[in-house]
Write a protein that binds this ligand. Structure first.
Ligand code: GLY
Length: 355
């Protein structure tokens, strides 16, 4: 087991890599703890969770809404949760968001920790302190920035992770490679999702490497005034299409990254050869790279993006593979750039998501 401490301005978060669920009992008192998870995990791990108080919510991004938080709060009241209560979010990104956000507002904030069970949550959602919910189609419109007390990584939960969720998680891993780690891009290009699935040691190393990338970026810029914006690569178009088209997060940001590569080629000297390599890598990991989206519908959602500042958008481009850069783009120019990308997408085979 490898313990590492991630230090943020308000708190040091202990990360227990390669740990076992049984460690939880040593870190929190079972009496005070309440697990928040989803119905799928609650039913698969019924035996594992025996003796723990559990609140299970319906799975899926469509339930990442304030109404679910209200439901969780009413369950916490039923369990007489107080300021000593310790929330443990066990699940993927939806659960870490709901559990972290609820814990941050319940009684003005109680302690919480995460046991991420998906690749996406392990490398991204559980780290960084941002937790919130969508409002209708608008992604993560309300939320808080508050860190968990600890993160417990038990990789055995990955054994029951559906293939689509592996694919989802690799979208964020490829994002990290594109903006920060050219060597990892090569590693991914020389491997495949199946190779990682079949090698617990390889996947554990990859998860740790990506958790470190996320931590290093966030710890230097917790409140997203600079470097942290890089993590939004692919997320502007990605977030706008995700809920409109009910796409998995990984698919949405993969399409967003493909679009951001095209835009980088147009306005940032990013080479077409590197652009093709990114697209090929996304496809290799079974991610879609285009979508024929409704430009007005998508633009309307995009205008509510938190990265908008006045009449500009902080948009992430690539200089080269492994090096992202944030540029302020005027909204009218961005709309034109997206329309050009959309025309390219429209030439792609009919009825095909570009996988
Ligand atoms: N919860 C994810 C982040 O803070 O970026």
């Amino acid at each position: 087991m490898g313990k590492k401490q991630y230090k943020f301005s308000s708190k040091a978060v202990d990360c227990y890599f390669d740990a076992d669920f049984s460690l939880l009992e040593k870190l929190v008192s079972q009496e005070n703890a309440i697990i928040i998870t989803d119905d799928n995990i609650a039913s698969i791990y019924k035996e594992t969770f025996k003796g723990w108080k559990v609140i299970a919510i319906k799975p899926g991004e469509k339930n990442k809404q304030q109404s679910t938080v209200d439901h969780v709060i009413s369950e916490l009241i039923k369990l007489q949760a107080d300021r000593e209560t310790f929330i443990i979010g066990i699940g993927g990104g939806v659960i870490t968001d709901i559990a972290g956000y609820t814990a941050s507002v319940y009684m003005r904030g109680i302690k919480f920790a995460f046991l991420p069970t998906t690749i996406l949550a392990m490398v991204d959602a559980a780290i960084g302190g941002k937790n919130g919910v969508d409002v209708g189609v608008y992604k993560n419109l309300i939320g808080t920035i508050r860190h968990p007390e600890f993160l417990l990584y038990d990789y055995s939960f990955l054994k029951t992770l559906p293939k689509e969720e592996w694919i989802n998680g690799f979208a964020e891993i490829i994002k990290h490679a594109c903006i920060k780690d050219a060597a990892m891009f090569e590693l991914l290009a020389n491997n495949s999702i199946e190779e990682f699935q079949n090698s617990p040691a390889k996947v554990a190393e990859l998860i740790k490497r990506n958790a470190d990338i996320k931590y290093n970026v966030v710890s230097g810029d917790e409140f997203e005034t600079g470097e942290r914006k890089l993590l939004n690569f692919g997320h502007t178009l990605g977030h706008a299409i995700e809920n409109i088209y009910k796409l998995p997060h990984g698919s949405a940001i993969s399409i967003g990254m493909a679009a951001a590569c095209k835009i980088s080629e147009t306005i940032n000297d990013f080479s077409a050869t590197d652009g093709k390599r990114v697209i090929d890598l996304l496809k290799k990991y079974k991610l879609p790279v285009y979508l024929k989206f409704d430009k007005e519908k998508v633009w309307k959602v995009l205008l509510m993006d938190k990265k908008k500042a006045g009449d500009t958008m902080n948009f992430v481009l690539l200089n080269k593979i492994g090096e992202g850069i944030v540029k302020q783009i005027r909204l009218h120019q961005l709309k034109e750039l997206f329309n050009q990308v959309r025309k390219k997408f429209a030439k792609s085979p009919l009825g095909d998501l570009g996988v």
